[in-house]
Design a protein around this ligand. Structure first.
Ligand code: ADP
Length: 442
């Protein structure tokens, strides 16, 4: 009612003004009254049209500025319309922000995420899904996915409509394997999740190969042992033969023992935390032990030099370091023919790192084998390795140990030129112990 009052007042004023104008111009009283009312109505209609026009103009525009701030009825109408528009704008902005947050969460997902509509057209996909399927998230929107991803396994999976299990398909980039899982949602929409399982498959294959290799390595000496046991059971052997057979049996048992030992070391290396960076060990006693073992293994067949170990300390695990260095030196002894040279030397590098180099004058290794030497059971010459008690695991143990200490294994070798295996330790794990001078009293 309060909003109508100004209009009623305006009507009365307009009628009075019209009446006054008609009276000034002269004429009969009813005619003057009629003219006054008509004039008043005309003024009100004109005013309303003007105000209505301004509001419609504002509504037709971008509505960025304020709505016309008229008084009374039109002002109230403009205010209410503007308020409801602003409210809706705020709600839309909030929804849009929520959607953007949701999409950015999907964007950082480690898996590929793609949304398909009822006709299998791409509604949206994150960068990873685009990468997995070789799509362009913008350009390929609204495209039928099977027109773009043509891997038969994927197309059949989508067409079949049975999504309880994921499907595996070759990576369209030709790099490996993808696992794709579809879930239905909403009105026949589909959520497609993709995962790159190349690494997992590689690890599975490696595990299978490893188990097969271990079984093979154990079966060989076992077969030999059972053969000997059968021989001893069935044949009357002379004392000399019996001793020889027992010697060979002991050799095979030792071989199995060495293999199991190396397997245990590897398992331990893989399953335990990195060695403490604060546990400092003196290098000297460590090398003294390696030297004694190497000399016993060589039994004087090689010329060996162990450069006097400086007062260096290494932060690490004693048993692991001993195992790594012993493996390198034992390899040098085992592969270097009689009369050859074997040198072990420690060098502190200018950048603070330290390296332990084991050099031999043995047969050397062809270039193509070098990158594979640290693979488990990789041997350049299988029979030479086995004959000398090798398990094929030595260098993979060495690599594991040095990596756990933050360092690296470098192998330089050429056929006929000998080999050099270097363990390089990071500066943070090496320190030199300077001789403490006694402080003299003044
Ligand atoms: P293995 O027990 O067979 O010695 P490793 O892992 O220690 O296993 O070494 C892998 C292969 O690298 C060996 O089989 C051998 O062919 C080669 N190799 C290792 N050290 C030397 C070396 N000092 N000189 C020549 N070949 C070597």
């Amino acid at each position: 009612m309060s909003r109508l009052l100004p209009r009623v007042l305006a009507c009365v004023l307009a009628a009075l003004a019209g009446g006054l104008a008609a009276w000034l111009l002269g004429g009969a009283a009813p005619a003057r009254l009629l003219a006054g009312v008509a004039c008043g109505i005309a003024i009100i209609v004109a005013l309303d049209t003007w105000r209505g026009y301004r509001l419609i103009n504002w509504l037709r525009g971008s509505q960025e500025g304020e709505a016309p701030r008229d008084a009374g009825f039109w002002g109230e109408l403009a205010y209410r319309v503007e308020k409801s528009l602003r409210l809706r704008e705020q709600t839309t902005a909030r929804e849009r922000e929520r959607l953007a947050q949701f999409l950015s969460a999907m964007e950082v997902s480690p898996n590929g995420v793609m949304l398909l509509d009822g006709g299998d057209q791409i509604e949206w996909c994150n960068t990873r899904a685009a990468d997995h399927f070789g799509l362009d998230p913008q350009r390929d929107r609204r495209q039928r996915v099977t027109n773009l991803v043509r891997a038969p396994a994927f197309v059949a999976y989508l067409q079949q409509g049975e999504f309880s299990e994921p499907v595996e398909m070759p990576d369209p980039r030709g790099k490996g394997t993808l696992s794709v899982l579809v879930r239905r949602y909403g009105d026949d929409m589909k959520l497609v999740l993709s995962q790159d399982i190349t690494e997992r498959e590689r690890a599975d294959a490696m595990r299978r190969d490893f188990v097969a290799n271990v079984s093979h390595e154990i079966r060989t000496p076992l077969t030999v042992l059972s053969g000997f046991i059968e021989t001893m059971n069935n044949l009357p052997l002379t004392e000399v033969e019996r001793r020889r057979v027992l010697g060979l049996m002991a050799q095979q048992a030792q071989r199995m023992g060495a293999l199991v030992n190396d397997l245990l070391i590897l398992a331990q290396l893989e399953g335990s935390p990195r060695p403490n960076a604060e546990g400092w060990l003196a290098l000297k006693p460590l090398l003294a032990q390696v030297e004694a073992d190497a000399k016993a293994l060589s039994a004087g067949r090689h010329t060996m030099t162990f450069a006097a170990a400086p007062d260096v300390q290494i932060a690490g695990a004693q048993s692991e370091l001993l195992s790594a260095i012993t493996n390198l030196v034992n390899n040098a002894v085992r592969y270097t023919p009689e009369g050859g040279r074997i040198d072990l030397a420690w060098r502190s590098l200018p950048d603070g790192r330290g390296e332990m180099a084991v050099t031999d004058s043995g047969p050397g290794i062809a270039r193509e084998h070098i990158p594979r030497l640290t693979e488990r059971f990789y041997r350049v010459d299988g029979s030479r390795s086995r004959d000398t008690g090798g398990t094929g695991l030595g260098l993979s143990i060495v690599k594991h140990v040095i990596q756990r200490h933050g360092g690296e294994l470098d192998i330089q070798s050429e056929v006929g030129q000998g080999s050099c295996f270097r363990l390089v330790f990071p500066a943070a794990r090496v320190r030199e112990m300077r001789e403490q001078r006694p402080v003299l009293a003044a």
